[in-house]
Design a protein around this ligand. Structure first.
Ligand SMILES: [Zn+2]
Length: 451
């Protein structure tokens, strides 16, 4: 008999990676399973359904799924048996767009999500600051002024008064804006003389002094003056984030916009066998960084533990921080049309070179054919994630994926207008796209952007 374990605690999902459901095999001693999950509820994918009973695993394959009694033949002296006591098992979940280092950092940061008032934000930050020496950076993430009664962007004054001795950096819930206190403004040299960068802005009071809130590319201007993370810091963040993902049932993640530090940390974790999930990395849009990778091509891992397979591009900011580029001004901010953070020409250039880096003639031909359609359309997209996959689907066709968040909320009159012309659903919507102006004629109307 195998060892029987009883799982305790809240573990609703017991996730298995990709495995093949095979038919029941003969009851030979050498065919005993490595693992049996019994008394559970299972949701297989092929065929889809719900199965009550047991699941047996040998190596990386599922060899049995069915009633508990049927699993007995797979029990051997070395079989580990886990009593699920009615808990649910699903296949491992695959995330299509994540930022693992950010998640790891967030797990270490002050959680500001769902705070109903600015006062509550300040209370949480003050509590965290009290636990670390003066002068230590206190970072938080998740504030959303839309949840507060006044719904206005905060100013640093109340925060600075409550937390005067620790530099504070608080990232908005969407990652597209940040609030800092006076101590941080002093260290980061954030004063009235600071200029708004292309694709970003520092919010200011009536006298032109920064209020402590910065949006999109403005965060990069002063963020670059903060103490940077080491490879060890990044490894710690990725390790804790990966563990957190597993607890939630994610067995594969797609990490968007990674840089050299991330790739080094990921590689170290993989070598040390400390990467418990599969990761597909998409490189951040940095010319020097990308040109290195375009020379070497994608990193393909036969075991799919760590892949480098695409590039993440940004078209504009996010809706919640008023950085998303709109065709008409924000209803509550009549002078603001949002921020374009890249030109269509840049997006096209990087996409084309990424495709060429695949060393795949069919790929390049495909991209050439599609480019005019997208060049006309991505100016209207919230954000475009261009996926250049090095792997072809079973059909032999190149794999291309798009991630366009909140299109429907931003283009209520043409929710499908972003769609490429070759897509069957786009024809019916084509007439609605006649309102779009070329990027060039939109330029003068974009506040805070020199694009
Ligand atoms: Zn993202």
């Amino acid at each position: 008999m195998g060892k029987t374990l009883m799982i305790r605690g809240l573990v609703p999902l017991l996730l298995l990676g990709l495995a093949v459901l095979a038919t029941v095999r003969p009851s030979l001693a050498e065919d005993s399973a490595d693992l049996i999950l019994e008394h559970g509820v299972f949701y297989p994918v092929q065929p889809a359904g719900r199965v009550e009973g047991s699941l047996a695993v040998r190596g990386s394959r599922i060899v049995y799924l069915g009633p508990d009694a049927g699993a007995a033949r797979f029990r051997g002296p070395k079989t580990q048996v886990i009593d699920l006591a009615g808990r649910t098992v699903t296949p491992g979940l695959i995330d299509a767009h994540s930022h693992l280092a950010g998640l790891g950092g967030a797990l270490e940061q002050v959680d500001l999500t769902a705070a109903p008032t600015y006062g509550e934000i300040i209370r949480r930050v003050r509590e965290a600051a009290a636990k670390v020496p003066k002068g230590t950076w206190v970072r938080g993430r998740g504030w959303d002024q839309n949840l507060w009664p006044e719904k206005d962007f905060p100013t640093h004054d109340a925060l600075s008064a409550a937390v005067p001795d620790h530099p504070v950096w608080l990232t908005r819930v969407d990652g597209h804006a940040a609030l800092v206190n006076a101590k941080a403004m002093e260290i980061l040299q954030l004063g009235p003389e600071i200029q708004d960068p292309s694709g970003g802005r520092f919010l200011r009071d009536a006298e032109g002094r920064p209020t402590g809130v910065m949006v999109d590319n403005a965060m990069d201007v002063v963020g670059g003056r903060m103490p940077g993370a080491s490879v060890q810091d990044r490894e710690r963040e990725l390790r804790s984030a990966a563990r957190h993902c597993l607890e939630l049932g994610l067995t594969t993640v797609t990490d968007m916009g990674v840089g050299p530090l991330d790739v080094a940390a990921y590689t170290n974790l993989l070598k040390a066998n400390e990467l418990p999930i599969r990761s597909a990395l998409f490189l951040g849009d940095d010319e020097q960084w990308l040109s290195t990778w375009f020379k070497s091509g994608p990193r393909v891992d036969p075991e799919s533990r760590l892949l480098i397979r695409g590039v993440k591009l940004y078209a504009d900011g996010a809706l919640g921080s008023r950085g998303a580029a709109l065709l008409e001004p924000y209803s509550d901010d009549p002078d603001n049309l949002g921020l374009l953070v890249a030109t269509g020409a840049h997006l096209e250039d990087v996409s084309r070179r990424a495709a060429q880096a695949m060393s795949d003639v069919a790929w390049v031909g495909c991209m050439e054919a599609m480019m005019p359609s997208f060049a006309m359309r991505w100016r209207s997209c919230t954000r475009v994630t261009w996926v250049c996959s090095s792997r072809k689907r079973a059909s032999g066709l190149p794999a291309i994926a798009f991630s366009m968040a909140s299109i429907a909320t931003r283009l209520p009159r043409s929710p499908m207008a972003w769609m490429p012309t070759w897509h069957p659903a786009s024809a019916a919507r084509r007439e609605t796209s006649s309102r779009w102006a070329p990027v060039a004629t939109m330029r003068p109307r974009l506040s805070g952007s020199s694009l």
